[in-house]
Design a protein around this ligand. Structure first.
Ligand code: CDP
Ligand code: MG
Length: 778
C-alpha cells in the first residue's frame, strides 16, 4: 500500500521541488569542477607536449616528460585523425547538437567507440555531465577505456574510466565512462534520471543483449515522460493526488510510477530533454532502431573496406577445431604475410587450440616464420589481453584466437586472414523447465558477414569459412535472436520492479520477451518473497535489488541475516559468482589435483560448504599465492572472489544486515542457501539419478561435485547445465522438511511427505531384493 496520505504526498512534492533545485545547484557545482578538470587537462597536455613539464601526482603523466613518450602521444593524436570517423566529426557534433537521439552506423574500426566520446568531451559536453558509453562485454569496456586514456594522455580511472560488475575504475574526475550495459542499468536504480550524464551512448546496439534492450526501453522513456502514462492506466490510480490537480501536473505525476511508491519523488526526466542519446553499431537494422526511437535520424559513417575473398569448404567439417588448426598452419606456410584471426566459441576451445598450435609449430623448423599465438577471451588476465594489440614484429605472423568478442567489439589491426568455423556459444532458456543452457550454436549470416569483414580492414583480405556455401545460404539464420527472447528474466524483472515499473507486460520492449518467460520470472520473484500477490515489490525485494546478483543469490544473502551466518554466506555467494574457474587440473597432475580438491569435501558437506572452506582456508593463510599453487586453485579467481566478497560486505551495510558468523553451524548456512534456492530442489531416484521437485525432470549430479559419489536423498543445486546430460552443479544436501519450513507457500507438507513416503517404500522394497546396504545408490 502507498504509505503516503494526501498531505504527505503534497509535502513530498515540495521536497521534490527542493531536491530538484538543490540538484541543479549541485549540477552547477559539478560542471564547474568538470570545467576545471577539462581546462586543467588541456593545459597539462599542452604543457607536457611542449616543454615536458611535470604535473605531480594529480595528473600522472610524468613519463611524458621524455620526448619519446611525447612523440608517442603526438603519434596517437595523428592516428586519431586518420580514422574514418574523423572527417565526420563536425557533422556528427552538429547532428548531436540538433537532435536528442541519433542512430550511428559505421564499420568496425571506424572509431565510433574510441573517438565519439572524445569529440563530445572536446566539444564541451562533459562540462554538463559525464559521457557514458556502454559495451555488451567487459573486456571491450576495459580495453577501450584503456585505449582512450592513452590517447588523452591520462591515467586510466581518472578522466577516463570504466565500470564493470564488481569493478569500478572511475573517480570524481571521470568524464568519459565506459561501462557494461548491465552497469548502466544498475545505475538507473540509484539515479533514475541519469542526472550525472550529459550523453549516453549505447554502443554495439546490434548485439541486443538483455541489458541493452532494457536500456532502450528505459532511455526511451526517460526522454519523454508521457511514455510512463501507461504505467498507471493499467495499474491502480495513484493515491495521494488531490482532485482538481492542475492538468500539467497530471503528466508530471504520471511519472511518479517510474519510482517506487515508497520513494515518492519526482521524475526529473521531464527536465532531462538535455540528455543526448546515441545508439551506435557496426551493423544494425538502422530503420528499425530509428522507428523505435520516434524516427531518430541515422548517421552513416562510410568505412574503409577492402575486398574480401570468401572461401567455403567443399564438404562439412567433422571437427571444426581440427579444421581451424590445419587452416592456420596452411595459411602460415603458404600465404603472404598478414595476421590471422580465428573465431572459437570459448576459453576451453581457445586453450586447446593454443596448445595444439604450439606443439605443431615446434616441428616446423627455422625456415618458417615465427607464429605468435595470442588468445583473447573474457577471463584472460588483462596484461595478456594487451598482447593482441601489439604490432607483429617484422618477419613473424600473429594468430589471434578469439571468442565472439573480436567480431565487432574489438578492432585488431593487421588482420588479413579470418578463419570462421561458424559457431558461437549461445545462451538459451526453456521457460517451461526453467533450464538455462549455454550451447554451441551455428552463427547467423549477419555474424558471418562481420567476421569476414575483419580481414579487409587494412587491405584486401581472405576469409575461410569452415562450412559449405550451401550451409551458409540455406541453414544460417539472417540475424541472431535477441537475448531477451532466450533468457531467464528474473533479474531484469526485479530491476524493473525496483524502478517502479509495475506493468512489465506493457513495457515498451523493442522485441518483447515470450509471455511465458516473463510469467516465470514473476512467479519466481513471488516465491522468493520479492513481490507480493499483486506484483508489487516487497521490502525483501527492495533489499534483494541492492545486490548485483541473481535474485536467488540475493535472497540467500538476505536470509543469512535470519540464520546468523552472513559472513559465511557472502563468501559462498562470492565464490559462486566467480564461476567454475576456482580449481584447475593440469593434465599431467590430474590425480594430485583431484586429491587436493577432494580435501575440501572432507565430511561430505556439499559443494557450497567446500567453496566456503576453500575461501576460509585461503584467508587463514593470509591470502597466500603459494597456498593456491599447492592446492591447485587459481589465484586469480580467488582474488576476484575476494573483491566480490568485499563489495557484498559493503552492500550488507546498505541493507542493514550485520556480519554474523558461526562456522560450526553448517545447518544454518545450508538453510540460508535453501532460502534462496528452494526452487532448485531434487530428490534421488533409482540408479543414482535425480528428479527435480517442481517442473519434474531427470537430472544428475555433476561428476565434479563432492557429492557425486555420495548421492544424498534430497539436494538443492546452484545451476543446471546441459553437457552430455543434464547436470546439477554445486550441490548441497538438505532435509526435505526444510523446504516446508522455509518456503511453505511453495512446498506443502504433503508434497514432501508423500515423496518421503514413496522413497522409503522404494527403499525397503529394494532392500529385500538387493539384500545389501548400498541404499546410497537409490
Ligand atoms: O568502435 P569502432 O569499431 O568504430 O572503432 P574503435 O574501437 O573506436 O577503434 C578505432 C581504432 O582505434 C582501431 O582501428 C584501432 O586501431 C584503435 N584501437 C586500439 O588500438 N586499441 C583498442 N583497444 C581500441 C581501438
Ligand atoms: Mg566499437
Amino acid at each position: 500500500m502507498n504509505p503516503f496520505t494526501e498531505q504527505e504526498a503534497w509535502e513530498e512534492h515540495q521536497i521534490g521541488k527542493a531536491t530538484l533545485k538543490f540538484g541543479s545547484k549541485d549540477k552547477k557545482q559539478m560542471s564547474d569542477d568538470y570545467q576545471y578538470v577539462f581546462e586543467d587537462q588541456i593545459e597539462f597536455i599542452k604543457a607536457s607536449v611542449m616543454d615536458g613539464d611535470k604535473y605531480g601526482d594529480e595528473v600522472p603523466m610524468e613519463s611524458l616528460d621524455n620526448s619519446k613518450e611525447k612523440s608517442a602521444l603526438q603519434k596517437l593524436q595523428d592516428e586519431r585523425k586518420t580514422l574514418p570517423v574523423y572527417p565526420y566529426r563536425e557533422e556528427l557534433l552538429q547532428a548531436i547538437h540538433d537532435h536528442q537521439v541519433l542512430i550511428i552506423v559505421g564499420e568496425t574500426g571506424s572509431g565510433k567507440t574510441t573517438q565519439i566520446p572524445q569529440y563530445l568531451h572536446e566539444a564541451g559536453y562533459t562540462k554538463r555531465g559525464r559521457v557514458g558509453c556502454t559495451q555488451p562485454r567487459r573486456v571491450a569496456a576495459l580495453s577501450v577505456a584503456a585505449r582512450v586514456s592513452q590517447e588523452m594522455g591520462v591515467k586510466l580511472g581518472h578522466e577516463v574510466g570504466y565500470s564493470i560488475r564488481f569493478e569500478d575504475c572511475t573517480s570524481e574526475k571521470t568524464v568519459l565512462k565506459y561501462m557494461t550495459d548491465g552497469m548502466l542499468l544498475r545505475e538507473f536504480l540509484g539515479e533514475p534520471d541519469l542526472a550525472t550524464y550529459s550523453v549516453v551512448m549505447v554502443d554495439e546496439a546490434h548485439e541486443r543483449t538483455l541489458s541493452t534492450d532494457i536500456l532502450f526501453g528505459l532511455l526511451k522513456a526517460s526522454r519523454n515522460t508521457s511514455n510512463f502514462i501507461f504505467l498507471h492506466k493499467k495499474s491502480k490510480p495513484l493515491p495521494g493526488i488531490p482532485l482538481g490537480w492542475p492538468t500539467n501536473y497530471t503528466l508530471h505525476f504520471s511519472t511518479v510510477a517510474y519510482m517506487h511508491w515508497s520513494e515518492l519523488k519526482f521524475d526529473i526526466t521531464r527536465f532531462r530533454t538535455d540528455l543526448k542519446l546515441l545508439i551506435s553499431s557496426a551493423t544494425l537494422d538502422a530503420e528499425k532502431f530509428s522507428d523505435y526511437f520516434d524516427s531518430a535520424p541515422i548517421v552513416e559513417i562510410p568505412g574503409r573496406r577492402f575486398p574480401v575473398e570468401i572461401n567455403y569448404t567443399k564438404a562439412p567439417e567433422a571437427n571444426y577445431l581440427d579444421a581451424a588448426i590445419v587452416s592456420v598452419l596452411q595459411i602460415h606456410v603458404t600465404e603472404p604475410p598478414g595476421d590471422i584471426l580465428v573465431f572459437f566459441t570459448g576459453q576451453e576451445e581457445i586453450e586447446t587450440a593454443e596448445a595444439i598450435l604450439k606443439h605443431r609449430t615446434r616441428g616446423l623448423g627455422t625456415k618458417i616464420a615465427e607464429l605468435i599465438i595470442c588468445p583473447i577471451y573474457a577471463n584472460l588476465p588483462t596484461e595478456l589481453q594487451a598482447k593482441i594489440f601489439e604490432p607483429t614484429p617484422e618477419g613473424a605472423r600473429k594468430v589471434v584466437l578469439a571468442t565472439n568478442i573480436a567480431e565487432t567489439s574489438l578492432t585488431i589491426d593487421g588482420i588479413k586472414y579470418v578463419i570462421d568455423p561458424g559457431f558461437c556459444k549461445m545462451k538459451s532458456y526453456n521457460p517451461r523447465t526453467g533450464m538455462e543452457s549455454l550451447l554451441i550454436t551455428p552463427i547467423s549470416k549477419a555474424s558471418a558477414l562481420q567476421r569476414a569483414g575483419r580481414s579487409g580492414r587494412t587491405g584486401p583480405g581472405k576469409c575461410f569459412r569452415l562450412y559449405t556455401a550451401y550451409n551458409y545460404f540455406n541453414n544460417l539464420e539472417d540475424n541472431t535472436l535477441p537475448e531477451i527472447q532466450r533468457t531467464n528474466l528474473a533479474n531484469v524483472a526485479l530491476c524493473l520492479k525496483r524502478l517502479g515499473i509495475l506493468d512489465l507486460q506493457n513495457f515498451d520492449f523493442m522485441d518483447p520477451p515470450p509471455a511465458e518467460a516473463l510469467l516465470r520470472a514473476l512467479e519466481l520473484l513471488f516465491a522468493l518473497g520479492a513481490l507480493n500477490k499483486v506484483g508489487e515489490l516487497t521490502k525483501v525485494g527492495t533489499r534483494m535489488a541492492e545486490f548485483p546478483l541473481d535474485p536467488m543469490l540475493s535472497k540467500m544473502i538476505i536470509a543469512s541475516d535470519k540464520y546468523k551466518c552472513s559472513e559465511e554466506v557472502i563468501s559462498i555467494a562470492a565464490m559462486l559468482s566467480v564461476g567454475n574457474s576456482i580449481f584447475y587440473c593440469p593434465k599431467d597432475k590430474q590425480v594430485h589435483a583431484d586429491n587436493a580438491r577432494m580435501n575440501f569435501h572432507f565430511g561430505n558437506d556439499g559443494d557450497h560448504i567446500a567453496l566456503l572452506k576453500v575461501y576460509s582456508s585461503w584467508k587463514e593463510t593470509n591470502f597466500s599465492t603459494q597456498w593456491c599453487y599447492e592446492n591447485y586453485i587459481q589465484v586469480r579467481s580467488m582474488k576476484r572472489a575476494r573483491d566480490i566478497r568485499d563489495q557484498l560486505e559493503r552492500l550488507l551495510e546498505r541493507v542493514e544486515i550485520e556480519l554474523t558468523s558461526d562456522p560450526n553451524d553448517l545447518d544454518a548456512i545450508k538453510k540460508a542457501i535453501t532460502s534462496g534456492f528452494f526452487h532448485h530442489s531434487a530428490r534421488l531416484q533409482k540408479y543414482g539419478s535425480y528428479r527435480t521437485v517442481k517442473n519434474p525432470q531427470t537430472v544428475h549430479i555433476h561428476p565434479s561435485s563432492g557429492l557425486a559419489q555420495v548421492l544424498p536423498r534430497w539436494v538443492i543445486y546452484y545451476e543446471l547445465v546441459l553437457t552430455t546430460k543434464e547436470y546439477m552443479r554445486q550441490v548441497t544436501e538438505i532435509k526435505p522438511d526444510w523446504l516446508v519450513e522455509i518456503a511453505p507457500h511453495y512446498y506443502q507438507l504433503k508434497e514432501v511427505e508423500d515423496r518421503m513416503l514413496s522413497l522409503s517404500l522404494s527403499l525397503s522394497h529394494t532392500h529385500t531384493h538387493t539384500n545389501n546396504n548400498n541404499n546410497n545408490q537409490l
